[in-house]
Design a protein around this ligand. Structure first.
Ligand code: ZN
Length: 233
């Protein structure tokens, strides 16, 4: 079975639509989402609805949780907090009730799926260095753990090899971000896993960044959130 693993859509509808169109040409059996459907972008309800339609499941991200008031925005930087306040005012009842029902972590097909870290998922730990990554390996029992949250894609094997993914080797995999990539490449990112062969690859999809940026500016969201999409940071 081929699974598309998407994360961090962040209410970027044009990126989400472009990724779904691309996925539809790749013989994918199902799509799963690691969370952060909302926050930063101008289309929170549209993205929640599309995820409900297209994804087998979506997981709770910190922006989803803050959007429904479960995580305090005290932990957010100024830009993120401004966007969350705007998002809270936009979310309709249907979106809120969908977001409220999201799980934090799911194990399936010998893989673990979680937004930030398998180590206390509700703490939203950022896995940015080897030590934190090493700790993460002690907190899942499957052979692959898929995460998002930092918006920077990588693969890390249990032996510490970075970006040298090998099927069958226990690994932690960050699938990057659909709606706000931060690795210097503005194209939307997501991962594709073949559960039979354990092959995994990161894919990049160009999308209409200007449309996403214009919508952010017209919504009155911070201009920096529009500008950063062109830079991919
Ligand atoms: Zn995010």
């Amino acid at each position: 079975m081929r699974i598309a693993i998407i994360s961090d859509i962040h209410a970027n509808l044009s990126a989400f639509q472009a990724v779904l169109e691309y996925i539809d040409t790749k013989g994918v059996d199902e799509i799963v989402c690691l969370g952060d459907l909302v926050g930063y972008g101008a289309f929170p309800n549209e993205c929640v609805e599309l995820a409900r339609e297209r994804c087998t499941f979506s997981l709770m991200g910190n922006h989803d949780s803050a959007g429904i008031g479960l995580t305090s925005i005290v932990t957010f930087n100024r830009l993120a907090a401004d966007a969350i306040r705007w998002t809270q005012a936009q979310l309709n009842e249907e979106s809120k009730s969908y977001l409220k029902g999201l799980k934090f972590i799911i194990d399936r097909d010998d893989a673990t799926f979680v937004h930030a870290s398998p180590c206390e998922p509700e703490e939203w730990t950022y896995i940015m260095d080897g030590f934190v990554a090493g700790e993460a390996f002690d907190n899942f029992v499957t052979s692959l753990c898929f995460i998002g949250h930092t918006h920077v894609p990588f693969t890390l094997s249990e032996d510490g090899l970075l970006n040298q993914y090998e099927p069958g080797v226990r690994s932690l995999v960050n699938v990057g971000s659909v709606g706000q990539p931060r690795d210097g490449n503005p194209d939307a990112a997501f991962g594709l896993l073949d559960t039979a062969t354990r092959e995994y690859a990161l894919h990049r999809v160009p999308y209409d960044i200007k449309a996403a940026a214009d919508a952010i500016n017209s919504a009155g969201l911070p201009k920096k959130l529009a500008d950063r999409l062109f830079e991919g940071n």
